[in-house]
Design a binder for this molecule. Structure first.
Ligand code: GUN
Length: 281
């Protein structure tokens, strides 16, 4: 079994980006800038945002975190996004999700200029991805896609099963696999026989948030299995895939942690650099 080392592959991407950022800085007299807005005090969000800032700084991006308390008015956030949209030193804007209930996620996402939307959540980017046009692709599915491509260059006609239909992961993942000519099945909580669907798959992407849902007897021999899950359990953090048993069947599998997580951050940096380059042109 190949253990897909997301940590190592992400480090390689960051190393490449570091070189590219250094050249871009020389050429443009300006570093690509990533601004993250963090609302409230949710511990996981705080940890993720800190990790994003650290990684951004390491590759030479200019990074900034804007923090608001949980009860910040929606208008304050929308006005700030407006200001950042106009700021030529800001290439990428990310509003960390989830948001407090009184803030309308749709309004926030639509306020971000599509050209600075490093998350790829804006309807313009979502539409461009689904139409097969150039777009910013959400970081986690992009990271999964790069991991799959690392081990399987030709995805033509492969059967892929995506577990989970979120806007963050499942849906963009489906688009990326479809673009590679996979036959994609997108599954969810109402899917009748998930095990039977998985047993057909050459590629499984599990992004559903159920600890160790995918078992060894759900997996076709030689399948590539990508685990997006990060679930807190009594025995620590586990993915959506029962790692120990699935590792005995699958051809390649991502660990949790050290699989998809580091790729998400690397892809955020990559998206920021791409937004910068497009804004400069
Ligand atoms: N919260 C969890 N994952 C993400 C992500 O990819 N982007 C944003 N903005 N918030 C998140």
């Amino acid at each position: 079994m190949i253990l897909i080392d997301g940590k190592k592959i992400a480090a390689e991407i960051r190393e490449e980006l570091k070189k590219e950022v250094s050249q871009l800085k020389k050429k443009n007299n300006q570093a690509p800038g990533l601004t993250v807005i963090l609302i409230g005090d949710l511990a996981p969000s705080q940890i993720y945002v800190r990790m994003k800032e650290k990684a951004a700084n390491e590759v030479g991006l200019k990074s900034e975190i804007i923090k608001y308390p949980n009860d910040v008015e929606e208008k304050t956030v929308l006005d700030k996004i407006d200001e950042l949209n106009k700021d030529s030193l800001v290439s990428g804007i990310l509003v960390q999700l989830p948001l407090p209930k009184h803030i309308d996620k749709k309004k926030v996402i639509e306020k971000i200029s599509p050209s600075k939307d490093v998350d790829g959540f804006h309807p313009i980017n979502v539409g461009n991805l689904s139409s097969g046009y150039e777009s910013t692709v959400p970081c986690t599915p992009l990271g999964c896609y790069l991991l799959i491509k690392k081990y399987e260059k030709n995805l033509n006609g492969k059967k892929a099963v995506v577990i989970g239909r979120s806007n963050l992961n499942g849906k963009p993942m489906m688009q990326l696999l479809l673009k590679e000519n996979c036959t994609v099945t997108i599954t969810h909580s109402k899917t009748k026989d998930l095990k039977a669907e998985c047993l057909e798959a050459d590629i499984i992407v599990a992004a559903v948030g159920i600890p160790e849902l995918v078992k060894a007897d759900w997996i076709k021999k030689d399948a590539i299995v990508i685990d997006v899950g990060i679930n807190k359990t009594e025995k620590g953090i586990v993915g959506d895939v029962a790692f120990d048993e699935v590792s005995k069947i699958a051809k390649a599998l991502t660990p949790v942690p050290g699989g998809v997580g580091p790729m998400t951050i690397a892809c955020l940096l990559k998206n920021t650099v791409e937004c910068f380059k497009r804004l400069q042109n």
